[in-house]
Design a protein around this ligand. Structure first.
Ligand code: NAP
Length: 326
């Protein structure tokens, strides 16, 4: 790294920065003094996120964009480089889903979930690599999920997209290793997190959706993502003991887990409260209508953990260099 690049602010792009985990990640990089390009669709959420980044000590550039459209993502990356400088870190967090049994998800809805959650990550990665590879410098962090390792009922479109994300990230990582690149891609597999998704994702469930406990606050995952951006050679990060347990159980006894989830997986994703009719953000952002900012946290603050001992220990061991990990 040159003296010039050490002196300038780190430039970070976060997709899905208007809410949830992406919003917490943007704030965290803001607190590090970074220049943060904020990509999502909702203007109220983006403006509020930009305000938080600046208040935390960073610079912010909010760019309304739908990650399903590659040209728009690439244009946004160009704007970030023009206005903030060369991109050092790119975080793909944007996603959408439909909570419903497979046969109740319309093919167009399925396509939309795939185009946002899977192709949105492909688009972000491509826009980042187009700029990082010629400079031979940069880190891409994909926000993954335990559900990309182990599918659950009522989320087939999302689980399929998250499995696909794992597949393409692995292939890209190997290509970068093959060319001896100093650009790195890594993935952070998150546990259940208290974000607005459970209030605004399209749902056909009879009762209000909830993350499957144990639930973590978005800041727990944001800490892991910021660490992964500093240590992007590591293949993947697991956040939370529940993620470790899920991945290991899937590797050891997948068929047994199928039966367990068939018994528990419907109830564990719903509270006791009826859903009622609710607007959703599948095709358009929800804050477009009323200008309401949904923020980083969802409705489950009282049930969410602010720390993960497992994630802390992983970061500690990797920092000390005593553990090669996965
Ligand atoms: N929450 C969890 O339990 C959990 C668990 C494991 C992994 N994750 C992963 O964490 C990431 C973030 O999830 P979250 O729970 O924070 O979600 P969230 O609260 O629903 O936030 C999603 C973000 O993506 C944006 N977005 C949605 N559709 C978009 C589109 N077409 N184009 C651009 N931006 C779009 C949303 O903003 P706009 O609507 O304004 O565009 C919002 O900023 C996802 O990759 C998810 O797979 C979450």
């Amino acid at each position: 790294m040159t003296q010039d690049s050490q002196d300038r602010r780190k430039v970070v792009v976060v997709t899905g920065a208007s809410a949830g985990i992406g919003r917490a990640v943007a704030r965290r990089f803001g607190a590090q003094g970074a220049s943060v390009g904020l990509l999502a669709r909702g203007r109220a959420g983006l403006e509020a996120a930009a305000g938080e980044v600046v208040a935390a000590g960073g610079r912010a550039l909010a760019l309304p964009v739908d990650v399903a459209e590659y040209a728009a993502v690439d244009a946004a990356a160009g704007r970030v480089e023009e206005e903030l400088g060369p991109i050092d870190v790119w975080v793909n967090s944007a996603f959408t889903s439909v909570f419903a049994p497979f046969c109740e998800i319309d093919p167009l809805e399925y396509r939309r979930v795939t185009e946002v959650t899977y192709l949105g990550s492909v688009h972000g990665t491509r826009a980042a690599l187009a700029r990082m590879r010629p400079r031979d410098q940069g880190a891409i962090v994909q926000v993954g999920s335990a559900l990309g390792e182990r599918s659950i009922p009522l989320q087939s479109a999302y689980c399929g997209a998250k499995h696909a994300v794992n597949g393409f990230v692995e292939a890209v990582r190997v290509e970068l290793l093959h060319e001896g690149s100093n650009v790195h891609i890594t993935i952070v597999q998150a546990p259940a997190v208290n974000t607005p998704q459970f209030s605004w994702v399209r749902s056909r469930l009879p009762r209000k959706p909830q993350p499957v406990p144990p639930i973590y606050q978005p800041e727990v995952v944001a800490r892991a993502i910021a660490f992964a951006a500093e240590h992007p050679r590591h293949k993947q990060y697991w956040v939370g003991a529940s993620t470790v347990g899920t991945v290991l159980a899937q590797r050891l006894a997948p068929a047994l887990l199928d039966r367990y989830l068939a018994r528990t997986g419907f109830d564990s994703q719903q509270t006791d409260a009826p859903t009622g009719s609710r607007p959703d953000n599948l095709w358009t952002p929800l804050d477009e209508g009323d200008g309401h900012d949904y923020g980083a946290h969802g409705d489950f603050d009282d049930r969410s953990h602010s720390r993960s001992a497992q994630s802390w220990l992983t970061r500690r061991m990797l920092s000390l260099g005593g553990w090669r990990g996965r």
